[in-house]
Design a protein around this ligand. Sequence first.
Ligand SMILES: *Cc1c(COP(=O)(O)O)cnc(C)c1O
Length: 406
Amino acid sequence: MKQIYLDNNATTAVKPEVLEAMLPYFREQFGNPSSVHWAGRMVSGAIEKAREQVAELLNCSPAEIIFVSCGSEGDNFAIKGTAEALRHKGNHIITTTVEHPAVLETCEYLEKNGFEVTYLPVDKDGMLDLAELEAAITDKTVLISVMWANNETGNLFPIHAIGEIASRHKVRFHTDAVQAIGKVPVDVKAAKVDMLVLSGHKIGAPKGIGALYLRRGTRMTRFMHGGHQERNRRAGTHNVAGIVGLGVACELARLHQEKDYVSVRRLRDKLERGILSTVPDVKLNGHPDPDLRLPNTLNVSFNFIEGESLLLFFDMKGIAASSGSACTSGSLEPSHVMQAMGVDIVLAHSSVRFSLSAENTEDEIDYILAELPPIVQRLRDMSPLYQREEPTPLHCDECRMVHKAS
Ligand SMILES: *Cc1c(COP(=O)(O)O)cnc(C)c1O
């Protein structure tokens, strides 16, 4: 069976060059980088090289990079570390309603511990009002946390403008850039960001490695207590192979992302136009201007259908995508992002996210565009919500009954 992977915002395949670079660190280069002997020295250089590779992608100094275990840890570190370090200055945090749970739930945790959090709303296109953001700042505000790009819709937030506002008000600014890295240019200096988080497994490195950029001079409390790794900021023996892999993935992103994402964007646009023009009753979720979304992401609601059922049918055709209504907790709540955008509950449940990578091909997009319309029609024919023009005789009574009842 064909295998078409369109769930790259959930995780990516490890790039062959990344895996190759990592392998020696599972074999002969097994030393602990904190050891002074030859085995330790062999690997400490590799960590510093990776630090340079990450720093070069972000346009910062290697000393401003702290390796962490994942994007979620980076977000926790940045937010809790700031809250603790700046508690004497104030207890107010500004974030948005559409952040990743790693940010949202960290903020909710802080609310239980004496902090006040403003969750900025988004409009129907999933965008923020910068005047509202600026108006939310008080003399108690110690942190603004806004993601660079949204994982569900792909929406890009105006990070440079937010950086300006934050620096004008002397408020620390953190951005979860897990989805933006490797897809759009990210320059921490130009964006006036104080803290930025990225994750390896979203950019072709393995799961279980990430990095936090912490601008020089930013006061932070330690997050992990223990050994003196990462200049005393983050204890724990280094994940040497993961760090090496992250470094190479960042280097590959720096060298190839611009070219790669021109073709990814072309395929995404083709998929988007194809779906919107051939399937009736669909709605694009996210900003209608494709320039204001990540080049790889498309989120569409197929009215009258459960996103989850569509995914099962896709899966039978070898297509892996994800549902915008992903019920991670097993609840039937639609995604918080769709809710924040005010998407109607039925449409929110019918949303599907396609997220591409440079590995996808034009043939794959053609295949999906051929398979999709009949699947959608079949599911709609089975849906009690779908009012057919001419109900097929077999189901018409049943269908009318349902419509009368609702
Ligand atoms: C995946 C993701 C994370 C979490 O990263 P992990 O490395 O899986 O912990 C955080 N933020 C965003 C926007 C993400 O897409």
